[in-house]
Design a protein around this ligand. Sequence first.
Ligand SMILES: NC(=O)c1ccc[n+]([C@@H]2O[C@H](COP(=O)([O-])OP(=O)(O)OC[C@H]3O[C@@H](n4cnc5c(N)ncnc54)[C@H](OP(=O)(O)O)[C@@H]3O)[C@@H](O)[C@H]2O)c1
Length: 234
Amino acid sequence: MGQVTNHRAVVSEHGGPEVLRLVEDDLPEPKVGEVRVRVQAAGVSAFDLIYRRWPHLPGSPKVPFTLGEDVVGIVDKLGEGVTALELGQTVAGGTWSRGIGGGYAEYLCLSASELVPVPAGIDPAEAVCLVVNYLTAHLHMHRIGEVRAGERMLVHGAAGGVGTALLQLGALSDLEMYGTASSSQQELVTELGAIPIDYRNQDFRERIGYLTGGEGVDIVIDPVGGAMHLWHSY
Ligand SMILES: NC(=O)c1ccc[n+]([C@@H]2O[C@H](COP(=O)([O-])OP(=O)(O)OC[C@H]3O[C@@H](n4cnc5c(N)ncnc54)[C@H](OP(=O)(O)O)[C@@H]3O)[C@@H](O)[C@H]2O)c1
């Protein structure tokens, strides 16, 4: 091992946040088309929590592994062939091309083509929230759902990371929105422009039927899943 200059948080066994351990590494070197990023902020996603806790999930990595699906940081070294980014530039991007995670680190190398510049003056911790949550929301609403202005959208988990992104993007697309959330989150869902439904105390199918005069909605975004829940959404 050469000079130790990088630190990463690894999941050494499955469990709560207490299983995270700090390890020391060599500074990673960018390959052709990659840049090395000095991480300023890494996102914490639902995937991170699931992979950290559950060893038997399909696709779950073997310990030890580093979590972190999205990062914001400073370009610290350019790999061969990189011309679109500059040293010192602040960038944001996902870590998916590396496999599972990798963002809970001081430094990591990412493909330059998967990074976008972050405008000056934006807090890295705020910018990093945009990557997984808003990209997921955008893809589901526009690429898969192909929503149009005036349509009705029901979002499950409306107060979560992806859910709040969906409501913000849905408002920009002039959708009529409904969102399931627990009672403490009803106000947040209302503030984001949707009619809240308390999924713990109300049957969302009955509520939607009532609120839409029996017409229902055009699109449901359902990350809760499970055959029964998906059927009810359908
Ligand atoms: N396919 C992809 O590319 C992709 C990307 C990102 C996330 N995801 C998935 O999307 C899901 C949400 O991720 P996230 O990061 O937004 O998670 P999150 O921030 O933890 O939010 C999840 C929300 O789900 C709500 N919830 C739990 N059970 C519910 C139910 N039965 N009905 C309605 N709401 C319920 C909780 O709401 P309350 O607090 O109101 O109870 C919580 O706010 C996860 O399953 C994640 O794995 C997929």
